[in-house]
Design a protein around this ligand. Structure first.
Ligand SMILES: [Mg+2]
Length: 366
């Protein structure tokens, strides 16, 4: 089977924010933007992927079209081994244009689509190709937007609990919203805080006791830069549970995070790290002292691929669900929780679900 065509589609999915307007990367979001990758083979099998993402989709799209497409068309695809060879070929040929960042985001989207194709052609869900479905559903956590204001953060957290979530993650870098939320939700609810690298080590020493008192399930990317692994290792020695990795790419960087004892929890992101292939390689590193809990604030094939990776490779880990009300859904409620706060893993071949073409048509960026 030969790869015969590759298309990219940007979709802007409208949503309602349960708090005041917010966003990431210095931009207010009214839609969730996703870069879809559609690959077709000469046998007519179609695979869907998603490449990171959000504010940088046009850059990633251009990279796929200009740099990857000419290398990919005509490649053979039958087995996961073929996908790994394609990933290695693309990483080697393109590393001079940026080993990490947009280049590997683009490769990630291709890789996910190829796993979808491989699953479909072998009549197995991706999870099965990765070693088997170990859990039918996964515990979800509500991943809130950044609000800055204690009352807003607290109120949206309480709303998430009412909706059925049992675990809350904030994106905040002021101590007041963090403390207010912990006080409001009580000590029985797991609470995480994602700082998105906003602090310096000395900032943390000033609020260390307050952070410890908040009994965080994990503290995510607390310091700048994210590759200051020694700084992260020092924070762990002070009693903080540290997670990191959404901005690390390929298993090579995760090997370094683990070697330097920089994290309790590693968070590879399937649309950024190099796709399912690199997630699989990360799962083969020495994970005896770390837990893999992927970054997954997505609503496209990247989210679905993460479900497969988790159930096969880290079934006791939580699945991230960006907390907002999606108004147009590519996957018909797949990312919604059940009454226990869980999300089900689709079990049909490949990703196990097809994106809704009507939603793609209506939300496609013109
Ligand atoms: Mg994060």
């Amino acid at each position: 089977m030969i790869i015969s065509s590759l298309d990219t589609i940007i979709v802007d999915l409208p949503f309602k924010n349960p708090g005041p307007p917010s966003g990431f990367g210095g931009k207010e979001w009214t839609t969730i933007t996703s870069l879809l990758v559609r690959i077709e083979t000469d046998k007519g099998i179609v695979g869907w992927g998603e490449a990171f993402g959000f504010n940088c989709v046009t850059s990633t799209e251009k990279t796929i079209q200009d740099l990857i497409k000419p290398l990919l068309i005509g490649c053979k695809i039958e087995t996961p081994q073929d996908i790994e060879e394609i990933s290695n070929m693309l990483q080697l040929k393109l590393h001079i244009f940026g080993r990490y960042g947009i280049t590997i985001f683009a490769i990630s989207g291709i890789d996910i689509a190829l796993w979808d194709i491989c699953g479909k052609s072998n009549n197995k869900p991706i999870a099965e190709l990765l070693g088997g479905i170990k859990s039918q559903s996964l515990t979800a956590y509500a991943s809130l937007f950044k609000y800055d204001i204690a009352d807003d953060t607290k109120n949206v957290s309480l709303r998430a609990l009412e909706d059925g979530y049992n675990i809350i993650k904030l994106h905040e870098n002021l101590i007041e919203p963090i403390e207010a939320t912990r006080n409001a939700i009580g000590n029985n609810v797991k609470l995480m805080v994602d700082v998105n690298c906003a602090w310096k080590e000395e900032d943390i020493s000033k609020i260390l006791q307050q952070l410890l008192d908040c009994k965080l399930y994990w503290l995510e990317e607390p310091i700048w830069p994210p590759e200051n692994f020694q700084g992260l290792a020092n924070l762990r020695k002070q009693g903080l549970v540290i997670s990191t990795g959404e901005n690390a790419c390929t298993h090579w960087q995760f090997k370094e995070i683990i070697t330097q004892k920089a994290a309790d929890i590693i968070q590879p992101s399937v649309t950024k790290v190099g796709g399912v292939t690199e997630m699989k390689k990360i799962s083969q590193l020495d994970l005896t002292k770390v837990r893999m809990v992927p970054h997954a604030p997505y609503f496209g094939p990247g989210f679905v691929a993460t479900l497969h990776v988790l159930t096969a490779l880290s079934p006791n880990s939580e699945i991230e669900r960006l907390y907002m009300d999606l108004e147009q859904d590519l996957y018909k409620g797949l990312s919604n929780i059940d009454s226990k706060g869980n999300i089900f893993v689709p079990t049909d071949p490949g990703l196990g679900m097809e994106p809704d073409l009507e939603v793609i048509n209506s939300c496609q960026r013109k």
